[in-house]
Design a protein around this ligand. Structure first.
Ligand SMILES: [Zn+2]
Length: 370
């Protein structure tokens, strides 16, 4: 037998195997359970946007709380309005939600001067791409540490946003420039910036920086993803230390005279009965319940089932699933693909764990500074 003939005999099974792998990869990639259309609302919730008035006499400031729909993951954007000018805190996750937010801003006739970002997560930053086009004079600002992270993540954020929202992704990312200040002035009134707080981590670092915006004229607290209401909280990536600081902050706020607390995510219909006490208690109780579930469970499924039983019918379950898969480093489950799960179920569990670990480290690497 010639060498050539041996090579041919060996290479046929190899070629067949490679073809099988390619076919399998194509089949798996077509099985994503997440469709971009799942993130487009079929109808809009007609609960009126809630507007809050200043509690300080003669202050020109008001606050309007815009929330996107359930399919758009109920993201809060806060319009802080003076008589001529507006500061916006947080954008939206998708293009459609950001366009509706831009329409609401336009209707006020005010000049949007600043768009402020409290933490570097794409569900709050991507909409800047729409706002930059609609309001070219607005400045996009964040605390220096938040700005650094957001700029670092722009590439991977765009990829993730397109993967999740398809044509409805708000891309490309807009950089939020660093503002090294503890205050923003709006028509002579103070908006305070409380830096380096603790909250939702995700794939980031456990001391991921969050800036809390506080408006003294309204006694209004805008802490983004440190507080949630009537919704599952993103607990992925958090540690016992980080959660202890997170809970301590909320307990401090409970002692303060706060008139308005705007959570990062809230079902729009729930804003009608939302109070600061309700928001604080929901967030604190949820973190404690999650810690109990985590401590008493061996698997991600057990944690998820315990939380679903504890909060039947509650919305924003994607945060529960994603956060818990991150905590158990089961990255393949984040892809929401039943075909991938089927293939993984036939593979040795040690190999799946190893592959998850590699993916986890790579994702973490891309999301954090070095
Ligand atoms: Zn969020």
């Amino acid at each position: 037998m010639t060498i050539k003939r041996v090579l041919t005999l060996v290479s046929i099974p190899v070629l067949l195997f490679v073809a099988f792998l390619i076919g399998l990869a194509v089949w798996v990639s077509g099985g994503s359970g997440q469709n971009a259309s799942d993130f487009i609302p079929e109808e809009l919730d007609n609960t009126p946007y809630r507007t809050y008035e200043a509690v300080v006499p003669d202050s020109p400031l008001t606050l309007r709380h815009f929330v996107s729909e359930l399919e758009e993951i109920n993201v809060s954007s806060s319009m802080i309005m003076g008589e001529r000018e507006m500061v916006l805190v947080a954008t939206q996750a998708t293009k459609l939600a950001a366009e509706r937010l831009a329409d609401e801003i336009e209707k006020t006739g005010l000049n949007l001067s600043i768009v402020y970002l409290g933490h570097a997560h794409l569900d709050h930053s991507q909409g800047a791409s729409v706002l930059k086009r609609r309001f070219p004079k607005a400045r996009f600002l964040a605390a220096p540490r938040v700005s650094e992270l957001q700029k670092l993540r722009m590439g991977s954020d765009d990829e993730r946003a397109i993967g999740r929202f398809g044509d409805n992704a708000a891309v490309p990312s807009v950089p939020f420039e660093p503002l090294d200040s503890k205050v923003i002035m709006l028509e002579g009134r103070e908006i305070q910036l409380w830096h380096d707080h603790y909250g939702d981590v995700g794939l980031g670092h456990h001391d991921e920086p969050h800036t809390v915006v506080y408006i003294p004229d309204l006694k209004a607290l805008l802490p983004n993803d440190i507080l949630y209401y009537d919704a599952h909280i993103m607990m992925g990536g958090s540690t016992p230390e980080n959660r202890a600081k997170w809970k301590a902050q909320i307990r401090e706020w409970m002692k303060m005279d706060i008139a308005v607390a705007i959570p990062g995510h809230v079902p729009r219909k729930s804003t009608a009965h939302m109070t600061p006490k309700g928001v604080f208690e929901h967030s604190l109780n949820y973190i404690e319940a999650y810690e109990e579930a985590l401590a008493s469970s061996e698997t991600s499924e057990q944690v998820i089932n315990k939380m679903l039983q504890r909060y039947p019918g509650m919305e924003h379950t994607s945060a529960l699933y994603m956060g818990t898969y991150i905590n158990f480093q089961e990255i393949h489950k984040l892809m929401n693909n039943p075909r991938l799960e089927l293939v993984a179920s036939y593979l040795p569990s040690d190999f799946v764990r190893w592959a998850d670990q590699q993916l986890f480290e790579a994702s973490k690497d891309a999301a954090n500074p070095h």
